[in-house]
Design a binder for this molecule. Sequence first.
Ligand code: 6GU
Length: 242
Amino acid sequence: MRFHVLTLFPDMIINGMNTSITGRAMERGLIGLDAVDIRDYADNKHMRVDDYPYGGGAGMVMQAEPVYRAFEAVKTRISRPVRVVYLTPQGRVFNQELAEELAREEELVFLCGHYEGIDERVLEEIVTDPVSIGDYVLTGGELPAMVMMDAISRLVPGVLNNEESAVGESFQGNLLEYPQYSRPAVWREKEVPEVLLSGHHANVERWRREQSVLRTAMWRPDLLKKAALTPKEQEMINMVNK
Ligand code: 6GU
């Protein structure tokens, strides 16, 4: 997977991605990162890339031409048509399903806006996927781009090792993950659930599944509507909800 990020803050992207699991994946060549400074494509000697909004109003707007030129430069490094994700609160809300879909691409372009946004005309020309990471407003698209690249990277084969493996976790099957415990068996008088110490694998699996269903019912009832529950599990939820 190779990520191309169009941004006014390339250092923020590089520093963020060089850390931890994504950093290790880049060292190992499983993930590539091409952070492109939009300011390098300014069309004036002052290197300005923003201007006042037509029609008035607060803030500045990123101009179309530098963004377009930066994208044209990126395109010369990509052989095929590529999906261009524009990070914006107006986009479709990012979720695990979209992460899985995007993880199947070989290359992705992320366009990060700042200020009050980017001139609509260049967005119409280059953006294929406007995406938001949730219903709140951030100062720019860099953190959302990193959130998306993190979620996508860990789905790329080889990025996670066995211990970190991406199977059976939250949002697999639209259920939250079951609770985890490690040593000691008693911590400040709080005991680890007995079934986990029993060594009875089938009972452990049963208990974990039940915990997943209960937690999802408690904290994310919206997800539960999309989860495939057995009739027994559905009955358990009905009991809890009474
Ligand atoms: Cl993608 N961008 C900005 N600026 N704010 C956001 C967002 C994106 N997603 C949620 N809030």
